[in-house]
Unconditional design. Structure first.
Length: 117
């Protein structure tokens, strides 16, 4: 069964992960979109080197193109749904805590707004 991959939408109507992906060069964009297709197919069975669990239910999609390393963070929602929260260009060995915290903040906001529906 396919997973449904969605971009998290902030309250101001912007989509941080989508904006990040679209800001990348054409080769990196293509690689990220291929990885998202793989994520739709495999979901929680997707593992390294493509995907990695970070902390507290936050995961990352991992793309390398030449010397550029990018990550897009995401979380799972009940019902085979995956929400992409934010992305960044990786400069250090470790994923920055700030990026993980941002993903958690977006997840909390997503869950809070979904409860109101």
């Amino acid at each position: 069964m396919l997973f449904e991959v969605e971009f998290y939408e902030k309250s101001d109507g912007t989509y941080p992960a989508e904006e990040f992906i679209l800001s990348q060069d054409i080769k990196m964009r293509a690689k990220l979109f291929r990885l998202l297709e793989l994520l739709e197919l495999k979901g929680n069975e997707l593992r390294e080197p493509y995907s990695k669990a970070l902390s507290d239910g936050i995961f990352e999609i991992r793309a390398i193109q030449g010397n550029n390393i990018t990550r897009v963070l995401y979380f799972f929602v009940v019902g085979k749904k995956i929400i992409l929260t934010n992305g960044f260009v990786k400069k250090t060995q470790k994923t920055p805590d700030g990026e993980i915290e941002l993903a958690k903040k977006y997840r909390a906001d997503y869950e809070r707004r979904k409860e109101k529906l």
